[in-house]
Write a protein that binds this ligand. Sequence first.
Ligand code: NAD
Length: 243
Amino acid sequence: MDIEKLVDIILESNNIVFFGGAGVSTESGIPDFRSSTGLYNQKNDTGYSPEYMLSHEFLEEDKVGFTKYYKENLVVPDAKPNITHICLAKLEEMGKLSAVITQNIDSLHHMAGSKNVLEIHGNLRDYYCQDCKKTYTSDQVLYTVEPNYCECGGYIRPNVTLYGEPLPQDTVYKAIDAIRKADVLIIGGTSLAVYPAAAYIDFYNGDKCILINRDPVSRSVAADYIYQGKLSDVFTKVMDRIG
Ligand code: NAD
């Protein structure tokens, strides 16, 4: 698909919704899961799959292993928003984009200045005690790879949705509502392999669903326009046009 045509469709809309995944942040230096350079393809001597190490079951079974895995692999403290995050924030500021729905937990959309960010898998900014629910910030937790415990003795966990846990319902309702009402739906940087998140795109009613992804996506039939390549190829051009 010709990039200029995609840019025209994006810029003609005043109700864009962006639905993204880990591929949005690879150009900020955060690995995704399923690409050739992703976490699932990196050597791992634990004998467990990454899905298992990011599951509720593993958290309950081995808090030391769970904590070490997420802090060493998912926390990238120096990561900065890239052109895609920045352009999406700009489109929102211009009144053209109504929501960013993200499966990411890295907070880079917030950092870029986006306001309506629907984090359907939670985030790594917020933490809470599993027992008494007291809340904590990343500064209070991320100074060590060891598990952190609350004054009540409970384990302090990140506010992310682990495999085997339900998604935050309020956020999911808002995401589905935004997708239903969208004029243009841009799906980017996601393999659409994680459910139920991937199913939410089915609520889109329009005829301008754009899929931008580096690797082929099995659910690409849902898209009206497909660009197979980097998100920055498209969003650099959008940025050039909006100035
Ligand atoms: P995924 O790893 O399954 O798929 C990422 C997709 O992005 C791949 O198909 C890849 O081809 C594409 N991609 C990579 N870089 C790209 C680029 N520059 N431009 C365009 N496409 C690019 O990721 P997913 O579908 O988001 O599912 C993985 C789950 O893991 C999500 O639930 C997410 O919460 C979590 N995750 C989050 C982060 C993060 O917060 N940054 C990182 C890794 C995983």
